[in-house]
Structure formats: C-alpha cells, structure tokens
Ligand binder design. Structure first.
Ligand code: MIC
Ligand code: SF4
Length: 684
C-alpha cells in the first residue's frame, strides 16, 4: 500500500490556507524555547526519536516541546468527533505521511447509529485522504502494528492504547480526538517532555508465563499512577527474547500506568517481524547509546522470575500471583482486545485447548485481533480446534473489552485478557473482572477454575505461517479527487456544539465530589447503549457520571453548570474526549482535584474546562456537593500567572489552586477551547 506523500493535495488556494494554518498552529513564540539537544550526548531511544521530531522546544524533562507527527490513527468511537473537528478546521486534505481511520469499537450495530457512523467515517476518509479500515478488519492497534508501525516514526492516535506501536520502536502516543484532528491538519503535538524510566529486562520467560505477566508485574511495582509524566523505555538483554506481539502487549498495557508511552528498541526481532509482514523496507535499527542517562531512574526485571499474575477487580494494578486465586470459578473467560489478540496469543490458546473441551460452567469467548490473525487461524487448523473445544469465536473487533456485547451475568466472575477492569465497564455493574494472560485464561476455561497455567501441556503445535497473508479487502484507499466526494451524514451525526470564551470570573455550585482514581469510564461510560451516541453530544451528555451519580446530568442542566471535585489521578484510562466535551456541554467550567491523568488533563483544556489542582490537599475537605463557589478575578489571575482563588460562599472558606498551563494552553482556555483557539489563529 502506498503512503500519502507529505503534501496537501487539491487546489493551490486550499494548500495555502492549510500551510498558513500549519504555521500559526505550529509555533507559539512564548511557549517555545530553542532546540538545545546536545548532539554529542549519549541518547536513549526516546531522545533519538523525539530529537528527530522536535518541531520546537527542548528535549528536557518538564519542558514544553512540539513534536512532529508522521502518522495518525483514529477509531470510530472517538473518530466521528475527531473527523468533525478536522472538518471544522477547514483543511482540504490530511497532511501527515499516513492517517488511518479504523472502525473497531462500535460494531455491534443494535440500531442505525453505528452503521451511519461507519458510512460517515468512510466518506470522510475518502474525501480527506485517509485510509479506511472497514468494520471486521480488526482492532486499530493490532492492525496498525501489522500494516503501518515503523521504527523511529511518530504516531498520534485518538485512543489511549496507541502506545502499542512502541513495540516496534516508534513513539506512539494516545491523545484526545481534537489533538489528533489538529495533527491531521499538519499541527505538531504539544507535550511536556517526559522523564524516561529504563526498564532493564534480563533473563527469559518460562513456558506459559507471558508478556501479559510482565506488564502486570510492572503495574504491580509502579501502580496506575507510576507512569504519569514518564515514558517507559525497555532495554537490556531480555529484550531480544521477546517477539514483537509480546513487546506490543507490554507497551499497550503500559497505558495503564499512566505513562505517556512505552517503547522498545528496534532490533533483529523487529526486522524479522517486518519481513514477516512484507515490509522489510520499513526497518531501521534503533537502540539507546551506551551510557545514555535515564532521568526517571531504572527498574530491573528478571523475566525468568516472573510468575503468572492476575489483576483483581477493579483496577489493573490490583495485581497478585495466580496461585493466590487458585480455585476461583469464572463463569466467563474472554480472550482478545488490543492487548492479547495476536496470532501468537491465539495459537498458544488453540494449542492448550486442542483435543479438549471448555469446562461446562464456563463460556469462552474469543475476538481475534485482525482479519489477518483470523485467516491464519483458519488456515492452520487452529480455528477448527478452538471451535471443537467449544469456544465462541466472534469477529475481529474490541467487543466485550468496551462492553459491546458479552456482558457477564449477575455478580459473575469473568477472566479476561484485556487491559482494563474498571467497575461496570463490562456492562454488568456487579461483575468481577480479572485481567490475565491468554495462558491463564485458557487454563481456567479448561478447568473451570483459576489455576497455574504452567501445569497445562499443549498437545498440539499449530504452525506459524512463514509470511503473513496481507489482504486489502477491508482496507480502502482514499479518492484522488476528494473534492468530488460527498460526506454521508446520518441523523446521529450532530453538529459540534459551540462554547463561549472564559468569563472574567465564575460562580456556581459543586455538582459532585468524588474520591481518587475516577476513570473516564466513570465520567462518560461506554457500552452498547451509550457508545453509539458518540457523534451526538446532546444525547450522550445525559449519561455523564451515570454509573456513579445517576442524577448528575439533570442536576448540571438545571443549575446551568457548576464544578466537579475529585481526588488523585482524576480521569485515568481512556482518551475519550467525550469525558470533557459532554461535561462542558452541561456547563461544567472547572474540575478541582488533587491530580489529573495526562490525556484527560489535555482534553479538559481542549474543551475549555479549567483543570485546577489543590495546592494544599487538605483544602479538598473544605468542599461538599451543593456548596456555592466563586472564582473571583479568574481571568486576570490566569493571565498574570497567579494561582486561582476559590471562595466557598457557603462556608466562607477560601484558598488558592494551581492551574498549570503553558502559554498556548492559557490561550486555549481563554478562547473557550482548542477549536475556538485554532479558528481564531486561522482568522488572524
Ligand atoms: C478504551 O479502551 O477505553 C477505549 C474505548 O478504547 C478508549 C477510547 C474511547 O473511549 O473511545 C481509549 O482507550 O482511549
Ligand atoms: Fe478496543 Fe479495548 Fe483496546 Fe480500547 S482497550 S482499543 S476498547 S480493544
């Protein structure tokens, strides 16, 4: 498949507009210092890639930088919004080397909405120069790894598991749809240069202990907050013992540590994978220089000592050894998701199940990661073996991972090879979700209870194909005559809401107060009922916090907005910008917390919501739901770099809060959001 060249196609006029837009969006003088990476200094893999993509700024931890984006990916659940925003920017064509629009989340099609969204996305990709991956082709991250991931390149995706690409030695970052839309329009991605943690791998994994256990071990050690503001860079002699799908499992679920991304070096194993995928031309070796300094410190992990692990409900870092849960009886075992749906994973599972039967009390469901994976399973006999064992094989898609079908029964125990087990995400509020490796999942499916996978002997080895079978049957190329393509808009595709500029000062009621680790699934749930409404902000806003505070939306509407209070790590999890967009639509002006997760923090700013942090965490206890707050002199305080003053009109207490914004973010907040800011920049 041919890449898009780096030019904007269509009329000269449009090209000019887009180029001007690019200049204005790219460079913000106050925000941007000189690029001062010392050429001679030994560099980490991260520093090498970022230095080569540094539009402006400095590759120094804590400093702002603008990173040039080579590739973007969008998926349907975040993509309809991202593409509407791209359209609103007025660009004639995507300006990246490659942009791919995938459909993988909303494939349940319980009503007209999903299919309408698919048609919209297909027509947008055709018109604006992106590849379009049709429903059924597979999960965006698995497909991107197979077809497009490239060592040394940068990828921005409107999905938090975009770091999967780090398995191939690329800097792949998840972001809100609006940031991805801007990148498609040629803008860089603005980030604070993270600290880099070296994870030194030594030894080799034991049989039936897998990459999933490695990332669960990392989560056990550093928790769901340990990666915030950091990039995890893997190194050491253990790296070469891991295949690319194994590395991708690790970088994929690195997202659960809160890390900006994770990355592996590119080596002979990478080369073999790219050869297997028929893309050897994309190979470049890439390794850290000897003596490179890691600002975030070093963790050593001996692969030979890793044992099978499991994350208990309801957090990916509630990790314990499988042996501690021995005998726990699951009603469901689910194998798939972008973490564990590779051919290697499923061949291993098929080998373990071959000639045996799924336990009668367990429902085993399998979603292969891609059409390529499913085709290979069909050809080498593994699929027949899985079916004979009693597996329910579904189409290559996200499926149960995002609550699109396969919701477990009441209080059911479900063992899943996925990456998230937040309460209610499965579609069943009281289900108990455990995250495990494919090997542990297959063992439980056979025995009807949790047990050490090392005790299961595979009696059959299914052959791995010599070369991957590449098919474009579900991957469509854009039209060369984009102007002539009409966009298909069903009734579920609603116009983007308009938001006002930041007022001089603000007043309102505390609409809700929550504790630590509120996830984006808590703020804006997904699942079969709500996910189809992603293109319809009016409709989806009725579900804000619906799983944990059913009256929130009605209350916010009747009070015409107000404030939300949270604890540590507010907004962890997904990149869904609807968790900011829908609250803003309901009038939420500020979120007051102890700390924020990275992508959600950026999304709040993108939609003009103030992310405020308690300077003294004790001030958290000075607010209760229903209290009336005011933010006097808000605008002038932000402009002059002063902390934001909060007055509790109900109790008389007052305190200051941090609002740490770069100069560009300040302008965005003042404008009422990124779309307003970009439009203003274009007009100027
Ligand atoms: C998820 O795993 O939570 C999702 C669904 O893939 C999200 C994106 C979304 O909400 O659409 C993510 O991880 O970013
Ligand atoms: Fe899809 Fe689940 Fe991966 Fe999100 S985590 S992209 S829902 S498979």
């Amino acid at each position: 498949m041919k890449r898009q060249t780096k030019k904007i196609i269509t009329t000269k006029n449009r090209t000019k507009t887009a180029e001007n837009a690019k200049k204005k969006v790219d460079i913000h003088p106050q925000n941007i210092a000189k690029q001062v990476v010392e050429k001679s200094k030994p560099k980490t893999v991260v520093e090498k890639i970022l230095a080569a993509h540094c539009g402006e700024g400095v590759c120094t931890p804590g400093q702002p930088m603008a990173m040039r984006i080579d590739q973007t990916l969008t998926q349907d659940a975040t993509g309809t919004m991202a593409w509407l925003q791209f359209e609103a920017l007025g660009c004639a064509r995507v300006c990246t080397q490659l942009s791919v629009s995938y459909v993988d989340h909303n494939t349940l099609q319980t009503g007209f909405e999903n299919a309408d969204d698919h048609a919209f996305l297909q027509s947008m990709a055709k018109k604006y120069g992106a590849l379009f991956s049709r429903p059924g082709n597979g999960i965006c991250h698995q497909l991107h790894l197979e077809r497009f991931g490239k060592p040394g390149a940068t990828l921005l995706g409107s999905d938090s598991h975009t770091p999967t690409g780090g398995g191939l030695g690329m800097i792949a970052i998840g972001a809100g749809g609006l940031d991805v839309a801007a990148a498609m329009g040629g803008a860089p991605f603005y980030l604070t240069f993270p600290e880099i943690i070296k994870i030194k791998l030594i030894g080799k994994l034991k049989k039936n202990v897998s990459a999933k256990d490695v990332i669960l071990e990392v989560l056990r050690r550093i928790s769901v907050k340990g990666g915030v503001g950091k990039i995890l860079e893997y190194a050491g002699p253990g790296v070469k013992t891991l295949t690319i799908p194994e590395r991708a499992t690790i970088t994929n679920m690195g997202a659960e540590t809160g890390a900006t991304t994770s990355v592996f070096p590119s080596d002979e194993v990478t080369k073999a994978f790219l050869h297997y995928q028929g893309r050897i031309k994309d190979y470049t070796p890439l390794a850290a220089d000897p003596g490179a300094a890691y600002t975030g410190g070093e963790i050593t992990l001996d692969l030979s000592k890793v044992e099978p692990l499991v994350a208990k409900p309801h957090s990916p870092d509630a990790v314990v050894p499988v042996r501690e849960l021995k005998g726990l009886k699951p009603q469901q075992v689910a194998i798939g998701s972008c973490t564990n749906s590779s051919l290697q994973d499923l061949i291993t599972v098929a080998g373990m199940l071959a000639g045996k039967q799924v336990h009668p009390t367990v429902s085993l469901v399998i979603n292969p990661g891609s059409q390529q994976v499913l085709t290979a399973l069909a050809k080498n006999g593994a699929l027949a073996s899985l079916l004979a064992a009693g597996a329910r094989v579904l189409e290559p898609a996200c499926g149960a991972c995002i609550g699109m079908g396969q919701a477990p029964g009441t209080k059911a125990v479900s063992l899943r090879t996925f990456n998230r087990n937040f309460k209610g995400r499965s579609g069943t509020a009281d289900a108990e979700i455990y995250l495990v490796s494919p090997e542990t999942a297959a063992t439980a499916a056979l025995l009807g209870e949790v047990a050490d996978p090392r005790q299961i002997k595979s009696i059959k080895k299914f052959a791995f194909p010599k070369r991957a079978e590449i098919s474009d049957s579900l991957m469509l190329k854009p039209s060369a005559k984009g102007k002539q393509v009409d966009v298909v808009r069903g009734p579920n595709i609603q116009a983007l809401p308009h938001f006002n500029e930041l007022p001089d000062e603000d007043n309102g009621q505390v609409l809700a107060k929550f504790g630590d680790n509120i996830t984006t699934d808590d703020i804006m749930p997904a699942g079969a009922k709500i996910l189809p409404l992603r293109s319809n902000i009016t409709a989806i806003s009725a579900f804000v916090f619906s799983g944990i505070d059913a009256g929130f939306s009605v209350r916010a509407k009747s009070l015409q907005g107000g404030y939300v209070v949270g604890g540590e790590n507010y907004g962890q999890g997904s990149s869904r910008e609807h968790a900011a967009l829908a609250p803003r639509y309901l009038g939420v002006r500020a979120v007051l917390t102890k700390s924020f997760a990275r992508i959600h923090f950026a999304n709040l700013i993108n939609f003009g919501i103030l992310p405020l942090c308690f300077i003294d965490p004790k001030d958290y206890s000075k607010i209760e739901p229903g209290h009336e707050l005011s933010l006097p002199g808000l605008k002038i305080r932000l402009i002059t770099g002063k902390p934001v003053l909060v007055k509790n009109k109900t109790t008389g207490a007052e305190w200051e809060m941090d609002c740490k914004l770069s100069a560009r973010q300040l302008e965005i907040i003042l404008a009422g959001g990124t779309l307003n800011y970009l439009k203003k920049s274009l007009n100027q």
